[in-house]
Design a binder for this molecule. Structure first.
Ligand SMILES: [Zn+2]
Length: 299
């Protein structure tokens, strides 16, 4: 009898604590990391597009900040980690240099754009390399989703950045943002909207094409530390949820974009350069923007 009890105890302990056991995996927090490029430290001007003289350096700096976040998550006991390359052609992160523990989502088009792969199985979202919204003063490389097209995006009447928009997509699934990394504007906005989450100020924007940053190693050390702390505090954070239905206003830079998008019978033209559509939820709003983006950028 004693032997049977000890054997049962041993099996129970193995099921609970073995790194391979389903129980152990199920308990580990799942983390989704959306990665943009313009908010990475030292990416200030000619580092964001293939063909620019310093793009390869940009890719390495970006990959290093993502790795720092992954290391911090793992140190805090994270389970599955999904990284979403969410800038430009979405093929900037160098796959073979990325931490082996993470999966990588690459390339566009994909239905949820910068948040592809997010769902209610995740426990927390991290934004790396995020930048301020279009029109922000003293904001290095600021824009909102599509720099050449959109002058402003509003959700339920409120102008949003990519961080707010994507946090609301995660919020649709009940997943909170736990760490945000970017310039002083991004950090301020995160603290004002997402509660007492972890943040890393990777740069102090001086102007649209200039910023001051600590050494990349210093920035990465802080990202690692804050990611670890964020995962340890993961139960404290609340999802960022917007009201449904979602009223989406798109203000274009070019009048023809508003005119032609409003040919769709359910799209309302509210100004010369602006349209408005009501969607059931943030996923539908995200897919609409993604469709416009994909149709215009077909290769
Ligand atoms: Zn962006």
């Amino acid at each position: 009898m004693k032997k049977t009890i000890s054997l049962l105890m041993a099996i129970f302990l193995w099921l609970s604590f073995s790194p391979f056991s389903a129980l152990a995996q199920a308990k580990k927090p799942k983390i989704y990391i959306s990665v943009d490029m313009e908010g990475i430290a030292h990416i200030v001007n000619a580092q964001t597009s293939p063909g620019q003289f310093d793009y390869e350096r940009g890719r390495r700096l970006m990959t290093a900040e993502v790795n720092a976040a992954i290391e911090g998550c793992l140190a805090a006991g994270a389970g599955e980690i999904i990284v979403s390359d969410s800038h430009g052609n979405a093929q900037n992160i160098i796959p073979e240099e990325l931490n082996e523990a993470a999966y990588l989502i690459r390339s566009f088009p994909r239905p949820l754009l910068q948040m592809e792969g997010i769902d209610s199985r995740f426990d927390g979202v991290i934004f790396i390399g995020y930048h301020p919204k279009e029109g922000t003063p003293e904001a290095n490389l600021s824009h909102t989703i599509w720099g050449t097209k959109f002058a402003e995006i509003r959700v339920n009447g409120r102008p949003v950045s990519e961080a707010l928009f994507n946090a609301a997509v995660a919020g649709h699934f009940g997943v909170p943002v736990i760490l945000v990394c970017g310039d002083q504007n991004v950090v301020r906005e995160a603290k004002e909207n997402f509660g007492d989450i972890e943040t890393v100020m990777t740069k102090e924007s001086i102007g649209f094409l200039s910023a001051k940053s600590p050494h990349p190693k210093v920035v990465c050390a802080e990202i690692r530390q804050k990611a670890e702390r964020a995962v340890k505090r993961i139960k404290e954070f609340k999802p960022y949820v917007v009201q449904k239905p979602v009223k989406l206003d798109l203000v274009f830079k070019n009048i023809f974009d508003a005119e032609t998008t409003a040919y769709l019978p359910w799209v309302k033209r509210t100004e010369g350069k602006a349209i408005q559509v009501e969607f059931a939820d943030m996923l539908a709003a995200n897919r609409f923007i993604t469709a416009l983006f994909a149709i215009n950028n077909r290769q």
